[in-house]
Design a protein around this ligand. Structure first.
Ligand code: NDP
Length: 282
């Protein structure tokens, strides 16, 4: 029987727990703060930033939103990051990607202090993750790990196939699964015989950005299927996995929406609270 992994409910529970933790920190005079920087007027990015601000407010986290014009120069953006790095009320800094083309996103991420890099994208934090000593883990794959946890399945020795190798999802996802002793295969656009590879997996994580790309008949009976994809189609939001057919084969599967998406914000809040806690005990 297939069971649906209810990311929305799991994320809600995490956010409630965080609210309690924020209250406890508040009693010690510490209010976690997250600075979110948005450059330009991409409507999807504006929605993400608004949702992050709302989620912070609900958890009792102070949020500082910096909305900059699309014409902002690299120097101006780096100067804002530097101010935020030095601001003791800011524990986490997030720069909403993608940035306008004239800005160098890598340089911007590298300018964020690693102790405030709650997205987990700074090379220092990526390196710590790679050597198995994570500090801030990237939010989306960290959310996937929490979802896998709730199934109660042990990952040790399982075959995991990650489709997609982006720096924000696929690569850190593979490292986290490896850390839990899964045997990990990372697939991408040049991978040969993708259906066969997916069919060998006990755990499939799809992060491609193509609606319904992973077909149900590729899925091994009893596999756990995690769909990271968020695709806007005429039918509304859909994932990278053909849900109808895959859900007949999987033991557990995430829906889109309501699967991985809500977990990403919950993990961002969790990293921000952790950043504040570390400062408080430093
Ligand atoms: P990217 O575009 O950065 O990466 C997509 C990956 O898919 C690439 O590694 C690419 O391979 C691979 N790919 C593309 N076509 C194929 C193919 N035909 N066969 C196999 N692999 C292929 O995307 P992201 O990782 O940023 O995002 C992926 C999806 O996840 C998107 O839908 C995005 O909206 C969603 N997302 C959801 C989040 C959430 O919170 N739920 C958070 C972040 C992303 P190659 O490297 O060779 O080009």
């Amino acid at each position: 029987m297939t069971r649906i992994i209810d990311g929305k409910a799991i994320a809600r529970k995490i956010r409630e727990e965080l609210r309690g933790e924020v209250q406890r920190l508040g009693e010690k005079g510490l209010v976690p703060g997250l600075a979110v920087v948005l450059v330009g007027d991409d409507p999807a990015s504006a929605v993400y930033v608004r949702n992050k601000g709302k989620a912070c407010a609900e958890a009792g986290i102070r949020s500082f939103q910096h909305t900059l014009s699309a014409k902002t120069t690299q120097k101006e953006l780096l100067s804002l990051i530097s101010r935020l790095n030095n601001d003791p009320s800011v524990h986490g800094i997030l720069v909403q990607m993608p940035l306008p083309d004239h800005l160098d996103g890598h340089a911007v991420v590298e300018a964020i202090s690693p102790e405030k890099d709650v997205d987990g994208f700074h090379p220092f934090n990526v390196g710590r993750l790679a050597i198995g000593r994570p500090t801030f883990e990237p939010c989306t794959p960290a959310g996937v790990m929490r979802l896998l946890d709730t199934t109660g399945a042990s990952l040790a020795g399982k075959d995991a196939v990650v489709v997609g190798r982006s720096n924000i999802v696929g690569k850190p996802m593979a490292l986290m699964l490896l850390q839990k002793n899964a045997t990990v295969t990372v697939c991408h656009s040049k991978t040969r015989n993708l259906p066969e590879k997916v069919a060998s997996a006990d755990i499939v994580v799809a992060s491609i950005g193509k609606p319904g790309f992973v077909k149900g008949d590729w899925i091994k009976p009893g596999a756990i299927v995690i769909d990271v994809g968020i695709n806007r189609t005429e039918k509304g939001l859909t994932g990278d996995v053909e849900f109808e057919t895959a859900s007949k084969k999987a033991s557990w599967i995430t829906p889109v929406p309501g699967g991985v998406g809500p977990m990403t914000i919950a993990m961002l809040l969790s990293n921000t609270v952790e950043a504040a806690r570390r400062k408080g005990t430093a």
